[in-house]
Design a protein around this ligand. Structure first.
Ligand code: GLN
Length: 191
């Protein structure tokens, strides 16, 4: 299987390494593929939209004519994971500064943790996991509310930080930075 990492800006090499770790951990054969153009997207069976700067990533998605192809693949059932900036991009509502893909019924707030706490770690209880996941938050958004078919999988006192709607996962934090392969394994398991 080929797991795509949208490689326009942001934490791209970190996700490639995390996909490789998760493939090893799950004993599955496959590879991580950089997705930069629509023809790259045709090769992959799942896609990660990484953290970075959501305004920049969104602008580059349009520049390289990836928006419609990504939305179409997602609607056709391709597993996708948006982390941090990627979470903002796949959500339905926000502050209006970027065009969101509206793939999950979720409303997000950018930079929700304020300047004092630009970056921090939390041991996070995730639904269905038997031990906490060390989650790294970097100028993170929060998922303010979910509705419809979208379900919260993890929360902190400030709000929801992980949600799933069918084939789409959205995370306010960076799951690729700590070496724990479980969330990438979860995405691989959805393929
Ligand atoms: N603050 C960034 C944004 O609003 C997201 C930060 C991140 O992806 N680590 O796009």
């Amino acid at each position: 299987m080929r797991i795509g990492v949208l490689a326009l800006q942001g934490a791209v090499p970190e996700h490639v390494a995390a996909v490789q770790r998760a493939l090893r951990a799950s004993g599955k054969r496959g590879e991580a593929i950089l997705v930069r153009r629509p023809h790259d997207l045709e090769k992959v069976s799942a896609l990660i939209i990484p953290g970075g700067e959501s305004t920049t990533i969104s602008r580059l998605i349009d520049k390289f004519k990836l928006r419609e192809p990504i939305i179409q693949r997602a609607r056709a059932g391709m597993p996708m994971m948006g982390t941090c900036a990627g979470c903002i991009i796949v959500a339905s509502g926000g502050d209006g500064t970027i065009e969101q893909m509206k793939l999950i019924d979720a409303q997000v707030v950018r930079n929700a943790f304020g300047r004092q706490r630009e970056s921090f770690e939390r041991a996070l209880d995730i639904n269905g996991y038997d031990s906490p996941f060390c989650a790294v938050f970097i100028r993170a958004p929060i998922i303010e509310k979910v509705w419809g078919e979208c379900k919260a999988l993890a929360s902190v006192p400030e709000g929801i930080v992980m949600a799933k709607q069918g084939n789409i996962l959205a995370l306010a934090f960076h799951p690729e930075l700590t070496g724990d392969p479980r969330i990438h394994e979860m995405l691989i398991g959805m393929v």
